[in-house]
Design a protein around this ligand. Structure first.
Ligand code: SF4
Length: 446
């Protein structure tokens, strides 16, 4: 072969898996491989799988099946790779199966199947690596693995215990991203507020300063880079309170993604959730006092084994009190290998469904009310898409306010007197709200 090998890549799963994909692709591009949009015609295909839920595993197996049918030379990596027999029993012809974060093994498998044709002059990659997200935002993974043992989750089994990156390492990556035009950093990990526990908060040197590998210190330093910094997967440990003043001061976005999962103390115990004993309603009230513009996003599980009607009503009452802004809700799914499967007292599917609908109805009214309060406000909006496009009128752009994370929250639809550019941050006067989105007109372009 005297042309660079071409590789098609499918990335499934959560933002953490996306970051893994970005790292693999960055390495491949650095070695001179080209990417192909289609499996057909590529020299080989890589599928980065998700193994979190049974439905995600089914999706991963289907994606491997398509790659096998259309290409035939397939390397599988990611969370499902931790249990290779699940893959090889269905697709015995895959070339290699590697687990999550095993970048080197993926590269080895690629080298065996399609040796690199490196041309140092032609294969220059941008210094920030290749991003799968749009150029103006990027995920910043600060640690791998998790020290918790939530009974519904198999991530610690798949990814191991918490391993934090040194603060200087994270900050150097963040700085490179910003230099390459990234305007919004999305901080991710399995348990962001536990960052650095494994390192005993060791310091590392960045710009002549010693920076501790600690949630607050990292948030403060990232806040100094002059871009939007959004914190995801933050458990409400007591030390999280200290980050709220940074939000009130505009250093990091006034946005907290806290996966509460439930409100009943008994259920939280059965789930073995971290920080389950913290008085969350009081905390939320105190946070909002310090930072009134704070947006709180969360996820919940209904129908967890042993959930009684009393537990569920407690959750609905808690929702009324907490008045969260953005909420996702999942019906409990028994993931193979999760400790929760042995707890007994499964909730019948019909009851799970009924609770899910009641939950969504209750929360939708709350979210709608909170969105309506923004009518008349001037909000800073980062532009993600410009029209015309699928579902976008000419002259209308789609963006997000500080309250909206990409992919999971709502959008702001923006009319403008001059064309807006993707990645630009405009000031928008909010004129209307619907169930999930805001609508308004750009009034400032700086
Ligand atoms: S905090 Fe719980 S749900 Fe999240 S990865 Fe760790 S064990 Fe899983």
């Amino acid at each position: 072969m005297n042309r660079p090998a071409r590789i098609s890549f499918v990335s499934l799963g959560c933002p953490k898996a996306l970051v893994d994909s970005e790292r693999i692709i960055t390495r491949l591009r650095a070695e001179g491989y080209e990417l192909s949009r289609d499996h057909a015609g590529a020299d080989l295909a890589i599928v980065n799988t998700c193994g979190f839920l049974d439905s995600a595993q089914a999706e991963s197996l289907a994606a491997i099946g398509s790659a096998m049918a259309e290409n035939g030379k397939v390397i599988v990596t990611g969370c499902m790779g931790a249990e290779p027999e699940k893959i090889t029993s269905v697709h015995p012809g895959v070339l290699a199966v590697t687990g999550p974060q095993q970048y080197e093994s993926v590269l080895d498998a690629v080298h065996r199947a399609a040796p690199p044709q490196h041309d140092p002059y032609a294969d220059l990659i941008p210094p920030e690596g290749v991003k799968l997200t749009p150029r103006h935002y990027a995920y910043l993974k600060i640690s791998e693995g998790c020290n918790n043992r939530c009974t519904f989750c198999i991530i610690p089994k798949l990814r191991g215990d918490l391993v934090s990156r040194p603060a200087a390492d994270v900050l150097r990556e963040a700085e490179k991203l910003v230099a390459a035009g990234v305007k919004e950093l999305l901080v991710i990990s399995q348990d962001t507020s536990a960052y650095g526990v494994d390192l005993k908060y060791a310091t590392s040197s960045w710009k002549g300063r010693e920076v501790r590998a600690k949630f607050l210190d990292l948030a403060e330093e990232l806040g100094g880079l002059g871009v939007w910094v959004r914190l995801h997967y933050v458990y409400p440990y007591p030390h999280v309170d200290a980050v709220i003043p940074l939000m009130a001061d505009g250093k990091v976005l006034p946005y907290l993604d806290v996966p509460f999962q439930h409100a009943s103390p008994d259920l939280l115990r059965r789930m073995r959730r971290p920080a389950a004993q913290e008085k969350t309603l009081e905390r939320i009230r105190a946070w909002r006092k310090i930072c009134p513009s704070l947006t709180i996003r969360s996820t919940f599980i209904v129908g967890f084994p042993g959930e009684t009607e009393a537990d569920f009503s407690m959750l609905l009452d808690w929702l009324d009190e907490a008045e969260l802004d953005r909420v996702g809700c999942f019906r409990y799914e028994p993931v193979a290998g999760a400790a929760a499967n042995d707890l007994g007292a499964p909730v019948p599917d019909a009851i799970k469904d009924e609770r899910w609908h009641r939950f969504m109805q209750r929360q939708q009214a709350i979210s709608r009310k909170r969105l309506k309060r923004k009518i008349g406000n001037r909000e800073r909006v980062i532009i993600d898409e410009v029209g015309p496009g699928p579902g976008l009128d000419p002259g209308i752009a789609k963006g997000r306010s500080k309250a909206d994370a990409p992919q999971i929250d709502g959008a702001v639809h923006v009319a403008s007197h001059r064309p807006l550019r993707v990645g630009e941050i405009a000031t928008v006067k909010i004129e209307r709200a619907d169930d999930y989105d805001l609508h308004g007109t750009a009034v400032g372009y700086a």
